[in-house]
Write a protein that binds this ligand. Structure first.
Ligand code: CAA
Length: 512
């Protein structure tokens, strides 16, 4: 096979094929680009050796299967060529014209495009029936998903052959049709872009946004760190394609994303994106600095509405040896309001008569969301952060708005997944498979949604929609129907909102 373009993805794909015993012609435009691309491959293999995951002789064997080349004619004898050049249709068409010229008509020509129309690429080739999308996920050697994208022009048997090949590579293929972003990127990118918007509007800090996703939702990476991995330029290209196909604010690229790309801050590959990778020690921890600012309070006034969240908090405070009163007239170090979705913290804070000393605390799994109102003092917020730490929780600052921070990130993402089902593009099971195998989600969006409960997600989205008037948050009718009927989306269809599976326990508690 041949890989055309040895950037992060191309080098990763070359590694996947070579590891499976398949000879790879690794093509780049010039010697310098080739040297860089082979360097990416070598670094990945050396890392596997140093971690004890690959023997030195296997590394040598894999490497010997990869033949670096600069001329398309070197790919004349391949059975499969995969194009992995930057996301520009014209560039891709040029590559396909060259492949058309040199490869046998029996060879399959695949594109790894993240979002461009495979049909538009195929239509200008001599044999569009053998053109297909074969979309890998970053890091290609690790992520198991391959989206196999057929067009109306794809010949019978090509998708099946590519799916069989993907299985031979140890991957899990899903067959999808040619729609912008396919399944995974059409869901992932708007969520990542929304995270950038939360950052640029000062809704939360970058570290808190990422911690909300990892500790609050259970995802393997925060959205901002993931953008740096994918490449901000790639992410921007995908957003532009999604916007041109679907329109609307949810698909409008965040201005900050565009500015960072303009500035050359494209992520890990350039050494700087949303985070700075020049100082590796600083970046690996991505500390949100929320822990050390203040001493934990000795006495706390606890205000709640008699629900489980309040009872749990009372128990945790007592266990930590903190004196708790329920009477706001008693002087204490901090007023803690057991926050819940749909109940603004500010109203409860005002009712205490000491709103400056009051903050909300909302648990999302093991993550504490310290909810500050516009009247909370900095001292009260710092004290609540220290308290969360003393109770053994990671903590983020959240503003007193619908969804706080975890819900503000997650619920619009779940709504996008429901919209995709509503549009009859993919099933809940396909979507869960794509996001677990392609993006490392421990539980797919529909497992998360069912464990929170469609009614709770619906209520939060309605509050967000009312608060901002942004159509991105308008709940899809299908979600409202499931909420009204009390039925889950998942194949198992357990009672909704029961949190019965361990799936999404973090997010489930974020709805309470
Ligand atoms: N290349 C090769 N292998 C890598 C790697 C890389 N760049 N990064 C990590 N790995 C391997 C490690 O060697 C390790 O393997 P072993 O267990 O065999 O030693 C394994 O992956 C886990 O790595 P780490 O322990 O270093 O790190 P981790 O546990 O934090 O996992 C991660 C890292 C796999 C990247 C994980 O954080 C994850 O799944 N993140 C989500 C990534 C994601 O969403 N990808 C999809 C992006 S969207 C896309 O790619 C589509 C598009 O078109 C834009």
């Amino acid at each position: 096979m041949a890989v055309v373009g040895l950037g992060t993805m191309g080098a990763g794909i070359a590694e996947v094929f070579a590891r499976a015993g398949i000879g790879v012609v690794a093509l780049e435009a010039d010697a310098e680009a080739l040297r860089r691309g082979v360097g990416i491959l070598d670094a990945s293999l050396s890392r596997a050796v140093s971690r004890g995951r690959l023997a030195a002789h296997e590394q040598a064997a894999i490497r010997s299967r990869v033949r670096p080349a600069e001329a398309f004619s070197d790919a004349a004898a391949v059975d499969l060529a995969i194009e992995v050049v930057p996301e520009r249709l014209e560039l891709k068409r040029q590559v396909f014209a060259e492949l058309d010229r040199v490869c046998s008509p029996a060879a399959i020509l695949a594109t790894n495009t993240s979002s461009l129309s495979v049909t538009a690429i195929a239509a200008t080739t001599k044999h569009p029936g053998r053109v297909i999308g074969m979309h890998f996920f970053n890091p290609a050697p690790v992520m198991r998903l391959v989206e196999v994208v057929s067009t109306v022009l794809t010949a019978d048997g090509v998708a099946a052959a590519v799916s069989d090949l993907a299985r031979r590579l140890g991957k899990s293929p899903v067959q999808v049709s040619d729609r912008a972003g396919f399944v995974a990127n059409a869901l992932l990118l708007p969520y990542l872009n929304h995270a950038v918007r939360l950052l640029e509007t000062g809704y939360a800090s970058r570290e808190d946004i990422d911690l909300a996703a990892t500790a609050g939702i259970g995802l393997p990476m925060g959205p901002l760190a993931l953008l740096d991995l994918i490449g901000l330029d790639t992410a921007l290209s995908i957003m532009e394609v999604l916007h041109s196909e679907f329109g609307g604010p949810r698909y409008t690229a965040a201005p900050l994303l565009r500015r960072l790309v303009d500035a050359g801050r494209t992520g890990r590959k350039s050494g700087r994106g949303i985070y700075d990778y020049a100082d590796a020690s600083a970046d690996k921890t991505h500390s949100n600095g929320n822990m050390a600012a203040s001493a934990a309070p000795d006495t706390v006034t606890l205000i709640g509405s008699g629900d489980d969240a309040e009872a749990d908090l009372a128990t945790a405070l007592a266990t930590a040896g903190i004196n708790v009163t329920r009477n706001p007239a008693h002087p204490t170090d901090l007023i803690l309001i057991a926050a819940a979705a749909g109940r603004p913290v500010l109203a409860a804070a005002l009712a205490t008569g000491r709103p400056d000393q009051a903050v909300g605390l909302h648990m999302a799994g093991g993550l504490a969301e310290v909810v500050q109102t516009s009247l909370s003092s900095g001292q009260a917020v710092a004290s609540a952060l220290a308290l969360a730490s003393r109770l053994g929780h990671s903590a983020v600052r959240a503003v007193d708005r619908p969804g706080f921070l975890v819900g503000a990130l997650l619920y619009p993402h779940l709504a996008d997944a429901v919209r995709m089902v509503q549009d009859d593009y993919a099933s809940p099971a396909d979507i869960d498979t794509a996001m677990t195998l392609g993006c490392g989600y421990p539980h797919g969006p529909f497992q998360l949604l069912d464990s929170v409960g469609p009614a709770a997600v619906l209520a939060s989205l309605e509050s967000m929609h009312t608060a901002y008037g942004d159509s991105s948050f308008a709940p899809p009718p299908l979600l409202a129907e499931h909420a009204a009927a009390g039925i889950a989306f998942g194949a198992g269809s357990e009672p909704v909102g029961a949190g019965s599976a361990s799936a999404g326990s973090a997010a489930a508690s974020s709805a309470s």
